[in-house]
Every structure is written in C-alpha cells, then in structure tokens.
Ligand binder design. Structure first.
Ligand code: IMP
Ligand code: MG
Length: 183
C-alpha cells in the first residue's frame, strides 16, 4: 500500500481528465489573449504550482510567470479564515500589465478576495482569474471567476498541488480525503 492510500477515499479527477481540461483552458486563454503582448501569469503558492506548470505549456501567447505565496492563519488547517497574509511577494511590477491569476481551488473565497484587493491596488491593465477547482457551495465572499477547470462538491481534496496537511501535493490526480484522515 502506498503512503497516500490510507487517506484516499476516492480519486475524484484522474490524471488524463485533468490534463485534457488544462489543455482546453490553455487553448481558451491563448485565444482570449491573442492580441496581448504583456501577459503575466501569477501563480498562488503553494497549491497552484502543478496547475501553473501544466497550464503555461498550453498557452501559446508569449507570457511571463511570477509567484505569490499567501497563507491564511487562524481556525483549523482545513478551513480558511478571513485573515490572509503575503509570505512571499512578486518580483514583477503589475502596474499596466495584463495579469492572470492562477489558483488551485476557491473555497470560502477569503484568500482570493485578499489577493485580488492587493493586486487591484497595484493598478494592472486587467486582472483575471483561472482556478482549477471551484467549490461554489462553500463561498462566503463573492469572487468573479473567468476560467474554471472543474466545479466540485464540498469535500476536502488533495493531490496535484493541493495538500493534505502539507503532504501529497505531488500526486498527479485529485483525490477526496477520507473524513477521518488527519495525518
Ligand atoms: P479559501 O480562502 O477558503 O477560498 O481557501 C483557499 C485555499 O485553501 C486554497 O488556495 C487552498 O490552498 C486551501 N484549500 C481549500 N480547500 C481545499 C481542499 O479541499 N484541499 C486542499 N486545500 C484546500
Ligand atoms: Mg491556493
């Protein structure tokens, strides 16, 4: 038995399904930004890393990548609070650039609300959002989403960038955690 298997309830989205959808998103983004010569993808760490790496390879428009690490503090490890902070800021200027935020999952929306407010204050030319996963039933604050990979139910998932108590981000699929599966 592999180490992750005792925490895995079921595979929710397998590798082939993920990759097919990410290729579609890349094509859509490439079409939408066809006339843009100043696209900046901003990956929200750590969860967005796998998605960014695969998505960028399907975007045919020239673009830059940068990274923003944020964390929420307070409450349990599996639910976000309204308190979010920047752990590592961008190296790029955002002003007058076309920014596409790359996120792993939107749950309550608090993390994204904070990031959107921070970036809007830096006056980008445009600011859009692509998220691999969306849990609409969990939303507490409104977040406008431009591109979404998959809508999922209110279940805790891990793999493909998403962690189970910081582990198993390396799995190539999205799995649902067993309810009693704390590490
Ligand atoms: P929000 O602020 O509640 O929208 O939470 C967003 C962040 O919480 C995401 O960027 C993830 O890092 C984390 N998160 C939310 N749901 C899950 C999940 O099901 N598995 C792993 N991480 C999650
Ligand atoms: Mg995230």
């Amino acid at each position: 038995m592999l180490p992750y298997e005792k925490y895995l309830g079921e595979v929710l989205i397998d590798e082939a399904t993920l990759q097919k959808r990410i290729a579609e998103l890349g094509r859509q983004i490439s079409t939408d930004y066809a006339d843009c010569d100043d696209l900046l993808l901003i990956c929200i760490l750590k969860g967005g890393i796998m998605f960014l790496v695969d998505l960028t390879r399907h975007i045919t428009v020239p673009h830059e990548i940068d990274f923003l690490a944020v964390s929420s503090y307070g409450r349990g490890a599996r639910s976000s609070s309204g308190h979010v902070r920047i752990d590592m800021d961008l190296t790029s200027e955002v002003q007058d650039r076309h920014v596409l935020l790359v996120e792993d999952i939107i749950d309550s929306g608090h993390t994204l609300r904070f990031v959107l407010d921070v970036l809007e204050a830096r006056r980008p030319a445009s600011l859009k959002l692509v998220t691999l996963l969306n849990k609409p039933r969990r939303r507490e604050v409104y977040i406008p989403i431009d591109y979404v990979g998959f809508e999922i139910d209110d279940k805790f998932v891990f793999g493909y960038g998403l962690d189970l108590d910081e582990k198993f981000r390396n799995l190539p699929f999205i799995g649902v955690a067993k309810l009693d599966s704390s590490l």
